[in-house]
Design a protein around this ligand. Structure first.
Ligand code: TYM
Length: 335
């Protein structure tokens, strides 16, 4: 049962493409424990995914894949509200209203938009990509959210969310709670394996840059073996994101999949060669993925159960979000 006096926590993932170990480490790995401290809402952001997916069957399957992964990571439908964004129409309604309180100039400054614009030509960029952070603000603000656990790449979107909420509150009183991002010190930006200066991303064309949560573990060894480290002589394994990008990235991954602190790992790995270090990392990732995938398969094979979770989650999320939407309508005088 949800206890209403707990602070509210909201997070979401787009069900586009296969989720990566970066998604897990940056956010999902914290979700299970958070259920004991907060009233949690975990959303599957399928409307956001429409900016890049347009195939009906693909998105339907990816929603179920994502949900089964949430459950495999320990999200419990009896403790948290798990729901699909498109099934709670309040998100789209608040999205329009908040668009009228957002500035073209501030959206144009969003780094993720600029990156995506570079990837697509101007003619092929849809307006959804531009509007994307406003829908994200709507997701968060509808639930009077206190905390939002995300990776570092979402920080700017959360800052924008706060600006929009503050602007609205200044005009109409305290309608929205101002949310705080929860970005962990380690693992909030897992980098690409072959280029540790850029973020590991599920949309990367080169799949050797990425470890997917559902990939066959037989490919892990070669991906890690080919990952970029450095040519320090003698080789030294320690955490320093200025001098040792590749090694620090592998240490962050190792720390997350083994649940060991980085300073403990540094001691254990003192004097170990890079080749041996990479074997340890591959082995630990593989063990972690095998366990996760086993649990995932059990949930994924029970579509009836998954669909029931989605139905129940939508009912609960609609009730909660309607309270805020009503307040917003009344504040602006369209109630
Ligand atoms: P998405 O689907 O791109 O990513 C989901 C979450 O994973 C984190 N993440 C990473 N963390 C560490 N290292 C990486 N390489 C890495 N790649 C991704 C992201 O920071 C994110 O936390 N717009 C969001 C989804 C969303 C949302 C929201 C999130 C929609 N509404 C409301 C929070 C609150 C997105 O596209 O995330």
């Amino acid at each position: 049962m949800l206890i209403n006096s707990q602070p509210i926590l909201f997070s979401a993932i787009q069900p586009s493409g296969k989720l990566t170990i970066g998604n897990y480490i940056g956010t999902m790995r914290h979700w299970s424990n958070m259920q004991n401290k907060y009233e949690c809402l975990y959303c599957i952001a399928d409307l956001h995914a429409l900016t890049t997916i347009n195939k009906k069957k693909k998105i339907k399957n990816e929603i179920l894949d994502t949900l089964a992964l949430y459950l495999a990571c320990g999200v419990d439908p009896n403790k948290s509200i798990i729901f699909v964004q498109s099934q709670v129409y309040q998100h789209s309604q608040l999205n329009w209203i908040l668009s009228c309180f957002s500035k073209f100039s501030e959206l144009s400054r969003m780094i993720q938009f600029k990156v995506k614009r570079k990837q697509n030509s101007a003619e092929n960029s849809n307006i959804g990509l531009f509007n994307y952070p406003i829908l994200m603000a709507s997701d968060i603000l509808l639930y009077q959210t206190n905390f939002v656990p995300v990776g570092k790449d979402q920080k700017q979107h959360l800052e924008l969310t706060c600006s929009i909420a503050n602007r609205f509150n200044l005009l109409y009183g305290n309608v929205f709670t101002i949310p705080k991002p929860v970005i962990s010190q380690n693992g909030s930006k897992i980098m690409s394996l072959l280029d540790p200066t850029k973020k590991m991303s599920k949309s990367d064309i080169n799949k050797n840059n990425v470890i997917f949560l559902l990939e066959d573990v037989s490919s892990i060894f070669s991906k890690i073996k080919n990952s970029i480290t450095d040519s320090d002589n003698p080789p030294k394994i320690y955490y320093n994101t200025n001098k040792k990008l590749g090694i620090s990235n592998l240490l962050e991954i190792l720390s997350a999949v083994t649940n060991k602190k980085i300073n403990i790992l540094e001691k254990e790995l003192n004097g170990v060669l890079y080749s041996e270090f990479k074997n340890i990392v591959s082995d630990s990732i593989s063990k972690f993925l095998i366990k996760l995938q086993k649990s995932y398969m059990i949930y994924r094979n029970d579509e009836c159960f998954l669909k029931k979770i989605i139905q129940n989650g939508a009912i609960k999320a609609r009730l909660k979000s309607q309270e805020t939407l009503k307040k917003v309508y009344s504040a602006i005088g369209i109630d």
